[in-house]
Write a protein that binds this ligand. Sequence first.
Ligand SMILES: [Zn+2]
Length: 314
Amino acid sequence: MEFTLPVPDLGAERAGNTGTPGVWHFDSGVPGRALMVSALVHGNELCGAWALKDLLAAGLRPRRGSLTLAFCNLEAFDRFNLARHDASRFVQEDMNRVWSAERLDDPATADRRRAAELRPWVERADWLLDLHSMHEPGEPLLLTGVLPRNIALARRLKAPQHVIVDAGHKDGVRMRDFAQFGDPAREDACALLIECGFHGDPASRGVARDMVARMLIESGVAGTADLPPGWLLPDPAGQRVLEVTDAVVAPSMDLRFSEPWTGLETLEQAGSILGWADGQPIVTPYDRCTLVMPSLRQLKPGVTVVRLARDYAG
Ligand SMILES: [Zn+2]
């Protein structure tokens, strides 16, 4: 698929209104939830930046509680090059693996230093929506983590169609799982990550706006009538909630798939061959196994090339 989503001009938006570059905060003065919407945690994922830019242009203000909009990894975004868009995912380190006090307190990389600037805004949010997009064309996916309160919120939002219950990455903590958002006791703190579709697909911008609209309404921060026209898309027919059970990690560069998997294929029989790594077959571990975000684009030893999921029973 061609990369046709334009690069947004963030010349005005990058100033912010808070003293933290790229961070906008609006307080209604009325009690209510503190909703944060973040974009550009990965510098090449433009749809979220578009959604925040569009929201600022529309002049939406919170009715209750507060609204924080964050353009996160601006330094990575500034390096965006259409010919090599994956190269601007981060500067030195993936910003979505540094969300632990230990890493945030250690300013070893540009990405950590930026995350540390954003940290107070993340810590004061009650609800977080983190806007992302994907290496490959595919259906939008809402990633909830394993906490039941986030899965329940995903169901109340009624979109997108596919909800993925995923544990964290073992190589580092995501913003979505930081502090209160990873605390099982903090029932009031909800965080969701949406993968809006392919990085370069103009439709991903519409998916991002739809999710922002749904979070604004569900949080009570805004009402339906406050939304810019056309932001809410029709509800999908029904949601499918899938629980990630396994990650297939490349042991070496010698890995290939048996089919050009695009994601969300469900393989009926346990033992179905997905591909081969170092000459050994990679097989599904159980019946009705669903593939989540297969990609060989970032292939190197230790990188997850596909996740495996089953229908969520909870
Ligand atoms: Zn991302």
